[in-house]
Design a binder for this molecule. Structure first.
Ligand SMILES: Nc1ncnc2c1ncn2[C@@H]1O[C@H](COP(=O)(O)OP(=O)(O)O)[C@@H](O)[C@H]1O
Ligand SMILES: [Mg+2]
Length: 460
């Protein structure tokens, strides 16, 4: 097998020094996830990765990238790639990985739906040839370069996820990814606390088009309230072609039909004049939107959509993203919808709509705080009331922000309110009856997975 990176390439890409000849087969930034043969890159996060260099080398790292002396004993003649700064070194390696690649590359951003769309593209593009996508939501200042640095030489198609927490973060990552296609899944109030307004979020998302290669295409959400703003930004940035996806009559990739039920979601899409119909084992209409986005990306990349599309029949959302499982409750079984991974306003509303679709004796919504909403937070939490009332028979809330929703509910919908997920878990557990469907959702920081664990652990 050809090496991912040779010593000569590592030196050239990073302007670093490396005294020995090595061939690395992968890249790791976490010594616990390292495979033998990897290049271990010592980044600084909560702890300094340099502390783990001796352990990484002992565990079979082919080399380690460092920018200062390794604390503790590194073996004599250890294969150390010395650079001025390891994050800059990783970024340079990402740029080199992109520069040498002949792949057709798409970059995906949006308030929610990035990872889902990226996973759909893994399947769709994988049906057309060697595909490369990030292993997880690696969408930030280290995740994007890491994904590009890991891109195998033979990659023909790639989908790169790009996220943001603060203004100005997307453009440099898009410039690094240099995509042929830049897609925005949707724009909503996610993390609005950092940006101040939905318009500011739209402008930040739109900056992804500034990284497009000449002749590149922007794929934009036609049904979104910010569509006109996004399209205007693309045109202003010199983008020659915009493809809209959605239900709108003017969408170039048009969702003609979308029906979702407990067994999955069936869609019919007109992709630039080609009719595509398929069913995915994923419940929730937002999967239909993400699929339309993903199909638009395939078409914009120049892929054979008809050949790729059947692969979506294998799409099921990952853990914490709405996966359904049966759990034991006293006297029978209930259905648990684990949506504990992400809880921003658009995702909350989509998840509540999905709960409403589940046939069940009673529907319970267990909701934790949506984080990073700044001054909008109380209003956005309270603003979920209509969706929560429509979807659920009983609503359980935890956290200082979700109490605003709880207070806005009629008394007969109030299940329980608690300070945090740990204290809410036993109350939910005690309330569950056979035949119930229970949705658990909140921002990752609200630790709703604690409730998932409490509901799935078997009684002694
Ligand atoms: N197009 C969409 N519209 C509304 N909500 C969505 C959409 N796509 C996904 N979601 C919701 O957002 C959650 C996170 O989805 P994910 O694809 O991981 O987003 P991201 O990578 O952008 O954070 C999902 O569990 C789902 O609840
Ligand atoms: Mg993600």
């Amino acid at each position: 097998m050809t090496a991912l990176w040779t010593s000569a390439e590592l030196r050239a890409a990073t302007a670093g020094t490396l005294a020995v000849e090595v061939a690395v087969s992968g890249i790791a930034i976490d010594s616990r996830a390292m495979q033998p043969g990897d290049l271990f890159i010592a980044l600084r996060d909560a702890r300094d990765g340099h502390e783990f260099v001796p352990a990484a080398l002992a565990a079979g790292a082919a080399a380690a990238m460092v920018d200062h002396a390794v604390p503790g004993a590194a073996p004599l003649h250890a294969p150390l790639l010395h650079v001025a700064d390891t994050l800059a070194g990783l970024t340079a390696l990402g740029a080199a990985g992109r520069a040498r690649s002949k792949a057709r590359v798409a970059a995906i951003t949006g308030s929610v739906g990035k990872t889902g769309t990226k996973e759909m593209l893994r399947l769709l593009l994988g049906a057309l040839g060697p595909v490369h996508v990030p292993v997880a939501s690696y969408n930030n200042h280290w995740g994007v370069p890491l994904t590009l640095a890991r891109m195998p030489r033979e990659t023909a198609w790639a989908a790169i996820e790009i996220g943001m927490n603060n203004p100005g973060e997307i453009a440099p990552l898009a410039a690094l990814a240099r995509p042929h296609v830049a897609a925005i899944t949707m724009v909503g109030e996610a993390h609005v606390g950092h940006l101040g307004s939905v318009a500011a979020i739209a402008d930040e998302k739109a900056s992804i088009v500034t990284g497009l290669l000449p002749g590149g295409i922007a794929v934009l959400p036609r049904d979104n309230a910010s569509y006109a703003r996004l399209a205007a930004a693309a045109v202003a940035a010199g983008v020659g072609r915009v493809l809209g996806f959605g239900r709108h009559a003017a969408a170039e990739v048009r969702l003609l039909q979308a029906a979702t039920g407990p067994d999955g979601t069936r869609i019919e899409v007109d992709v630039l004049g080609q009719r595509i119909a398929l069913t995915m084992p994923a419940v929730g209409l937002h999967h239909a939107d993400n699929a339309a986005c993903a199909l638009a990306v395939v078409a914009a990349l120049g892929g054979d959509v008809a050949r790729a599309a059947p692969a979506l029949a294998g799409y099921a959302p990952g853990a914490g993203r709405g996966a359904a499982q049966t759990i034991a409750v006293p006297g029978g079984e209930a259905l648990l919808l684990d949506d504990s991974y992400n809880g921003q306003p658009p995702a909350m509303r989509a998840a509540l709509r999905n709960l409403a679709l589940r046939p069940a004796r009673r529907r319970l919504a267990v909701l934790g705080d949506m984080r990073e909403l700044g001054a909008y937070s109380a209003g956005l939490h309270r603003g979920l009331a209509a969706d929560a009332i429509a979807a659920a028979d009983l609503v359980f809330c935890c956290g200082p922000e979700m109490q605003h929703l709880y207070a806005a509910l009629p008394v007969d919908k109030q299940g329980a309110l608690a300070a945090d997920s740990t204290s809410l878990a036993p109350l939910v557990k005690a309330a569950l009856r056979p035949g119930d469907a229970v949705l658990v959702k909140g921002s990752l920081g609200s630790r709703m997975a604690v409730i998932i664990r409490a509901l799935t652990e078997t009684n002694p």
